[in-house]
Design a protein around this ligand. Structure first.
Ligand code: NAG
Ligand code: NAG
Ligand code: NAG
Ligand code: NAG
Ligand code: NAG
Length: 422
């Protein structure tokens, strides 16, 4: 059973109803007319069933998910139309290729500095042995968007289109997962790179920072991970992870990338860390996060000269009546242990809804009009079984990690990002 705003409904929502389809069609028709008018036949000249990407990551026939089978008749998702979709709906379905088992194997196909719990091979990264059928069930799934046809990831194309541009990824450890996914997809184009703990790196801003936590005063900010890589076209990707928001640190971190150009991209998100130590006091964390966002959006994001993309919050499948029962940490005295991940009864929509309101309402509104949203919420919410904890991390000791995601899901965030930027 899954919680929704309106009550409980099935795990996989049905495809969008006529109203949404009509809305998208209107947008699509306007864009097509615009493109004819402007003489840029981008949609029209693009082959609808382009052959699968063979550049970059070696997507052999075996690994190719053939996304083009779905959504025939929909326009391709690209930077013209896709950027307007804030609520990307769709469904996960088995790939038509029965042997599709994800896009890569982390330990063999990724850069050497990508080191993360691998849900596909849990026993190689400290987890238990899991039935391969169970793993395949998660990794065979592909996401089929309702509003447009997702294009296959193409590493060489991405590297070329992002030539001499920067992609700066800032957030917490969920953003690290995303950075790793981008790095794995881009491996064949990468000329140098690294990733490590912030404290072990030579990245500046090693000092102690705090975050403002409303009635609790200030709490120490945890600096987590950093990483950088560059491709042969001069496309730079940077990761800076910190658990919570501090405006001073954010501005200092960004200053390392000056001058920022309008073509550069900041992908940013905070959320998951806030309830981390607060399973019994979720409200405090929730209010602290709102306070952070109220500052971040109008005072920082609205004013930056580069393209800002807010990566939607990914529903926390912590479960429990407060939606914050983490169980992962032995350091939570009295905290409930968890052996798997569920959809939470409450809280899954709060963070995402709050940002929508912030972007549209009086708090930021027109000042924030330039900010795009990477619509990963709906797609991720539907996969409570694709967390590290669902595939072994911590589940034997009751501390299942239901916060971090298997790359079975994070790779689709990367595919969305590619579709949005190219
Ligand atoms: C993909 O891998 C296959 C087998 O491993 C190899 O024969 C082929 O040349 C590779 N293709 C590319 C584009 O790297
Ligand atoms: C993908 O599906 C389409 C439509 O069924 C088919 O024509 C095409 O050959 C498939 N591509 C691959 C790589 O399997
Ligand atoms: C997004 O789509 C889902 C699924 O159709 C729907 O339940 C939800 O209300 C939508 N949210 C918004 C803000 O439109
Ligand atoms: C940061 O705090 C730690 C311990 O809380 C302390 O050892 C360290 O000296 C502090 N660093 C700075 C730059 O103040
Ligand atoms: C950010 O950290 C600095 C250094 O600790 C601190 O002075 C400042 O108050 C913090 N900002 C917020 C909003 O918490």
């Amino acid at each position: 059973m899954k919680a929704t705003r309106d009550g409980v409904k099935a795990l996989f929502p049905r495809r969008a109803g006529g109203g949404q389809a009509m809305k998208w069609m209107t947008v699509a028709i306007c864009f097509t007319l615009f493109l004819f008018w402007s003489g840029r036949h981008v949609f029209i000249s693009e082959p609808r069933n382009a052959s699968p990407a063979v550049n970059g990551l070696n997507m052999s026939a075996q690994a190719q998910s053939n996304m083009s089978q779905y959504g025939q008749g929909l326009l391709p998702c690209n930077k013209y139309g896709f950027a307007q979709i804030q609520n990307l709906t769709g469904r996960w379905a088995d790939s038509p290729k029965a042997d599709f088992n994800g896009f890569y194997t982390m330990l063999t196909d990724c850069p050497s500095w990508v080191r993360e719990y691998d849900c596909k091979n849990p026993s190689l990264t400290g987890g238990p042995v899991i039935d391969p059928g169970r793993i395949h069930q998660e990794y065979r799934q592909i996401f089929q968007a309702d509003q447009c046809q997702l294009r296959n990831f193409d590493a060489r194309d991405f590297s070329q289109k992002m030539s001499q541009r920067k992609l700066i990824m800032i957030g917490d450890s969920i953003m690290r997962l995303h950075f790793y996914s981008v790095a794995c997809f881009m491996k064949s184009e990468i000329t140098s790179g690294f990733a490590t703990d912030w404290s072990k790196s030579s990245i500046r801003w090693q000092g102690n920072y705090t975050s403002d936590w409303a009635e609790r005063g200030t709490v120490p900010l945890t600096k987590q991970f950093v990483g950088d890589f560059v491709t042969s076209t001069g496309f730079q990707v940077h990761l800076r992870d910190m658990g919570t928001y501090n405006g001073t640190l954010l501005e200092q971190v960004l200053s390392d990338f000056y001058p920022l150009q309008s073509e550069d991209v900041l992908l940013i998100n905070w959320g998951a860390w806030y309830p981390r130590w607060n399973w019994g006091q979720n409200e405090v964390a929730w209010r602290a996060w709102q306070q952070s966002m109220d500052h971040l959006f109008p005072n920082v994001l609205a004013k930056l000269p580069l393209q800002v993309i807010w990566k939607q919050y990914t529903a926390a499948h912590y479960g429990g009546p407060t939606g914050a029962e983490v169980g992962f940490e032995g350091r939570l005295p009295g905290g409930p242990w968890r052996y798997g991940c569920d959809a939470a009864l409450v809280g899954e929509f709060w963070y995402d809804d709050y940002i929508k309101e912030l972007l549209q309402g009086p708090k930021c509104g027109s000042a924030c009009a330039r900010i795009k949203v990477l619509p990963v919420f709906e797609m991720s919410r539907q996969r409570p079984n694709a967390h590290h904890g669902s595939l072994g991390r911590g589940d034997v000791d009751g501390r299942a990690d239901c916060r971090h995601w298997c790359n079975a899901v994070t790779d689709w965030w990367t595919i969305l990002l590619y579709n949005m930027l190219t």
